[in-house]
Write a protein that binds this ligand. Structure first.
Ligand code: MN
Ligand code: MN
Length: 496
């Protein structure tokens, strides 16, 4: 019996839909989940996926990918390769596992929602593959971390992190709860698939994979690259969705992209900006965070906007300013509040590292070096107590990141909104704008500091905060190199 070629049956198989007789369509596809917002059902007939895959092909390719990652993992674990790695780089892997594994698992839910509630049958078919992809990603992270549990208890946070109130994890969770779990299909496709998966994951999974390979972490690098091949495929479902939305409601498309671009950017500054420009050993760095953003994210985002007839976000000049500074702010902040982390950050400000930073960011010394000089002086004078925080920083009610962490010390501003008697604070004009677009969406939430002030965290001091965040002594953050880098500046003390 002759087998049909794929193209002979593909169109029938991907488009399995029928007319419902026993329930109303609105009952089977509630608007809250679909999110068509007035786009007529027929409009989705134009929705056409940019890649074709059958289940048989999918399984074949995925199986090969799994075998590849597995072989490398076994060889690396056997060779105890992890022990040879640089401590700064190790922090990047722990930060990744703790903040990403559960996001992969949340993506399973998002994709399964596509496969059940998306407004057209083709999209629902692809959702099933996306769901299988994301299950694989979460499992890969768990297996990688499980292998390394004996090396460092911090890998327990791969699973544990999202069950704690650690503030950085809460910032990640807040964003993805919003754009993956709380969003309807249409919004999730634009905010998550198009903006995060097709854009920003490149920086976590391509740039980091390349840095990890340079740093000798073949295992982590192969895991990241393998995941990225799936992201690059399933993220494409954002494009046909944008096509349809642009024909019927371009204003909505613009707003969803502008909101998610800023929020994703602030988060990746925190997670990847610090890893790339501070934790990766300086001689192993391929590109700075900014260079990679310009090359891989910004050019690409601008092209999408242009191709679809959208405008650059109104906040573009502020974004460019934040690209120069925000992740340096997040880095000095996270390092200073290091007891609140579950990884050991590398300060990354030895003389050689500083030369690199000033080369990549010409105003670094003026904006950040002066602040580090104070810390360095205190470390070298043995005044360690001055290098630790005593209180919590005020946090933004949108990004959950500290106020003042989007720009440098020359651009501090107060961004507030009073909504129904409550005062909300923001890290930037952009975050304030996001809140004001849909205040009911964000108003009920209390950030860590709101909870602290409300007395939900006891005792009301740093110790109480650490307990509330589930930070235990064996994972509590400290300087990755035990302050050895400060030796570079011993002469500063003599000169003074
Ligand atoms: Mn994924
Ligand atoms: Mn994905």
């Amino acid at each position: 019996m002759a087998l049909l070629n794929r193209d002979d049956w593909y169109d029938i198989a991907r488009d399995v839909d029928w007319t419902l007789k026993y329930v109303d369509r609105d009952e089977a596809f509630p608007e809250e989940w679909v999110g068509a917002k007035g786009i007529p059902l027929e409009a989705w007939e134009d929705w056409d996926e940019p890649f074709r895959v059958s289940y048989r092909e999918y399984v074949m390719v995925q199986r090969e990918k799994e075998a590849g990652v597995s072989a490398i993992r076994e060889a690396m674990v056997r060779a105890k390769a992890y022990q040879q790695l640089d401590d700064g780089h190790k922090a990047s892997t722990q930060l990744h596992m703790g903040t990403t594994c559960m996001v992969e698992q949340m993506a399973v839910t998002m994709q399964s929602r596509f496969s059940r509630f998306a407004p057209c049958a083709r999209w629902r078919s692809l959702g099933a593959f996306g769901m299988l992809d994301e299950i694989r990603h979460a499992q890969l992270d768990m297996r990688f971390s499980h292998d390394l549990l004996n090396e460092d208890p911090r890998f327990d946070w791969c699973q544990k992190a999202f069950h704690t109130n650690e503030w950085g994890v809460l910032a990640v969770r807040n964003f993805f709860d919003d754009v993956m779990l709380n969003a309807d299909c249409v919004e999730a496709a634009l905010a998550t698939s198009l903006t995060v998966e097709h854009g920003f994951t490149n920086i976590q999974f391509v740039a980091m994979a390349s840095d990890a390979m340079e740093a000798g972490d073949v295992n982590f690098s192969s895991l990241l690259s393998s995941i990225q091949t799936d992201e690059a495929r399933h993220a494409q479902l954002g494009f046909p969705t944008l096509d349809v939305v642009m024909k019927h409601d371009p204003k909505r498309a613009q707003q969803i992209l502008d909101v998610s671009f800023w929020r994703a950017f602030r988060l990746f500054q925190t997670l990847t900006g610090t890893s790339m420009d501070y934790y990766t050993p300086v001689e192993k760095r391929k590109m700075s965070f900014k260079e990679f953003m310009l090359e891989w994210i910004i050019k690409h985002h601008e092209r999408i906007l242009r191709d679809y007839g959208l405008k650059k976000p109104w906040y573009w000049s502020q974004f460019e300013e934040a690209l120069e500074h925000g992740h340096h702010a997040m880095h000095i902040g996270t390092w200073f509040w290091r007891p609140t982390l579950f990884w050991k950050p590398n300060a990354g400000v030895s003389k050689a590292e500083r030369r690199w930073l000033n080369e990549k960011y010409p105003s670094w010394d003026d904006s950040w070096g002066v602040l580090w000089d104070e810390i360095i002086k205190n470390v070298n004078d043995g005044k360690m107590e001055k290098t630790y925080p005593e209180t919590l920083p005020a946090l933004c009610n949108i990004t959950q990141l500290p106020l003042g962490s989007a720009l440098d010390r020359h651009h501090l501003g107060c961004h507030q909104v009073v909504h129904e008697g409550r005062v909300y604070h923001f890290d930037s004009e952009v975050s304030k704008w996001i809140f004001e677009l849909e205040p009911e969406r964000y108003a009920g939430h209390m950030n860590v500091v709101d909870r602290f002030i409300a007395g939900q965290i006891q005792p009301m001091n740093l110790e109480g905060g650490l307990q509330w965040m589930s930070i235990t002594p064996e994972v509590m953050g400290d300087d990755a190199y035990g302050y050895a880098w400060a030796q570079d500046y011993k002469d500063m003390r003599v000169a003074a």
